[in-house]
Design a binder for this molecule. Structure first.
Ligand code: HEC
Ligand code: HEC
Length: 476
């Protein structure tokens, strides 16, 4: 009996999943109007389905975003892929390696390998040359020590024998090339931000400045990642920026909870595209130009699913929805004693800030910080270093103090001691499609992300709280 029941339940689940996929694929196709391409707008991922809603209603694969400008065969699309939330996932990169024996254009020594000098002559050699890309989905960002810095590079422990003061190897995840109109810092360290997007601003981000930032970013990507000898003309760059800045991406359906925009929920990219935003909106540190106080209830997508009765009901879908709603509440209000975060505790002069996830991820329903706020939460700390990452020792020129880090972050731009290890908090939509997480891909799963915060800030979350948070993050 039990056996039979299990088979039935499984078959039913599979049928339901297939039905959902057909429904969603239909939805995607129906929305794509005109043109020869009918790239589906909905793609599958481990926890459900991701939706991209381009303003034009279709994904124009004729855009130069998909074109290769250099000799190495790469385009933006080599590292920014729709189904992976417009970045890459380590899983999908491994599939590409298996399918091509490590010759897909993403596998290029310049910045795909652990060192540009790595042996890539055989498939075995390529497996170790591209080990970081395969295990963590990270690209090697090469950067020289800044001139006139407050610190000197006094030791290098690079397992790949390449890094030097002339070029530190910094292993970083590609950031999603979507939902960009809300980006308050471009790149993990904000280095492509044209002018810092700071309030007061009357409405929205200064689109001119943002477009300038994205144009500069695209030029550098073509010269760097694509190894082109010259950047294409401004019109081509404009088309790329137009394309990527009109994409909106979010999870639209969950394998357990079903449609994320049904029964008054507000998941999915169509609703996201309507999100109200201006630089400084709901800022934690009082920078909202409207003068409004910070409201910790940053995420309000699943308020209506917060049904305490659902735990008692047996329908798995109801229980899955209730878990997502509980996770959202935890994100907004679960107390976190924020301490030792450079960029926050030192700036406010408060040794402890009694906040929550939403203190740092404060842009409503988007999840980045609504003004540029580079902070150091400790991802690059020596204590979290694993043997596959280079470790750098920096010595303060004035005090002789030393610090070890796997990535100095913002300090590589400013040369400031206080900026070591500072990164931006990225936009938190479409997460399920793009594991692993953090700038160096050190969190393989969303549970690893939650575990990091639990340990780093001594939150003492229960198993239930952790799984609720993961259910919520997976539905973004
Ligand atoms: C070889 C992989 C690779 C290629 C090819 C590539 N990128 Fe990226 N992209 C990255 C990485 C890695 C980062 C993050 C680097 C950092 O922050 O230091 C990034 C960051 C970005 C960002 C910043 C997003 C944000 O939120 O700050 C944008 C936008 C972007 N890329 C667009 C493009 C465009 C446009 C192209 C093509 C012209 C392109 N990329 C080609 C790897 C790549
Ligand atoms: C003190 C500020 C701060 C707090 C509090 C905070 N975050 Fe973050 N978050 C960040 C920063 C900064 C990053 C990027 C860090 C890095 O990669 O070096 C980040 C990254 C993330 C990422 C990874 C995103 C990606 O694209 O890789 C997730 C997911 C996330 N945070 C969720 C949470 C959750 C859930 C909580 C509450 C349990 C939380 N954050 C609390 C600042 C914060």
């Amino acid at each position: 009996m039990f056996h039979h029941h299990a088979i039935h339940a499984d078959a039913r689940r599979r049928l339901a999943a297939v039905a959902a996929l057909i429904l969603l694929a239909g939805l995607g196709a129906a929305r794509a109007q005109g043109g020869p391409q009918t790239t589906p707008l909905v793609t599958a991922n481990p926890s459900g389905w991701l939706q991209t809603s381009p303003s034009s209603g279709r994904i124009d694969t004729g855009n130069p975003f998909f074109r290769s400008f250099g000799p190495n065969g790469r385009s933006c699309n080599s590292c920014h892929r729709q189904a992976q939330g417009w970045t890459i996932s380590a899983d999908e990169v491994r599939q590409r390696f298996a399918a091509t024996g490590g010759t897909d254009p993403i596998f290029r020594p310049v910045d795909g390998a652990v060192s540009p000098l790595a042996d890539v002559s055989t498939v075995y050699a390529r497996r170790s040359a591209y080990a970081m890309l395969l295990s963590r989905g990270v690209i090697r960002v090469g950067m020289a020590m800044p001139a006139n810095a407050e610190f000197r590079l006094t030791a290098i422990d690079d397992p790949y024998g390449y890094a030097s003061a002339r070029e530190l190897s910094l292993f970083r995840r590609p950031l999603p090339a979507t939902n960009l109109i809300w980006d308050t810092a471009v790149m993990w360290d904000g280095r492509e931000t044209d002018t810092p997007f700071k309030p007061p601003m009357d409405a929205g981000i200064d689109m001119e400045d943002l477009r300038e930032s994205l144009a500069s970013q695209a030029r550098h990507a073509i010269l760097g990642h694509e190894q082109a000898a010259v950047a294409p003309d401004d019109e081509v760059i404009r088309q790329i920026v137009d394309f990527e800045s009109h994409l909106f991406t979010a999870q639209i359906a969950d394998r357990q909870a079903g449609r994320l925009n049904s029964d008054d929920a507000m998941g999915g990219a169509d609703i996201l595209a309507q999100q109200r935003f201006w630089v400084g909106i709901n800022d934690t540190l009082g920078n909202d130009p409207t003068g409004d106080a910070f409201d910790p209830r940053v995420m309000r997508l699943f308020d209506h699913w917060d049904d305490p009765g659902a735990l008692l009901r047996r329908a798995p879908r109801d229980r899955a929805r209730a878990a997502i709603a509980r996770g959202e509440q935890l994100f907004n209000t679960m107390p976190i004693a924020i301490s030792g975060v450079a960029g926050l505790n030192d700036v406010t002069g408060l040794a402890v800030i009694h906040g929550s996830c939403s203190s740092c991820h404060d842009a409503p329903n988007i999840g980045n910080h609504s003004v540029a706020l580079p902070v150091n939460i400790g991802i690059a700390d020596a204590g979290r270093r694993t043997p596959d990452l280079p470790l750098y020792t920096l010595t303060n020129v004035a005090t002789g103090q030393t610090v070890q880090t796997t990535d100095p972050g913002l300090a590589m731009l400013t040369g400031k001691w206080a900026d070591i290890g500072k990164f931006k908090g990225p936009i938190l939509r479409g997460l399920a499609a793009r594991a692993p997480y953090f700038h160096n891909g050190s969190a393989a799963t969303l549970m690893d992300v939650v575990d990091f915060y639990d340990t780093r800030f001594n939150v003492h979350m229960s198993t239930q709280q952790k799984s609720d948070l993961v259910a919520f993050l997976s539905a973004l």
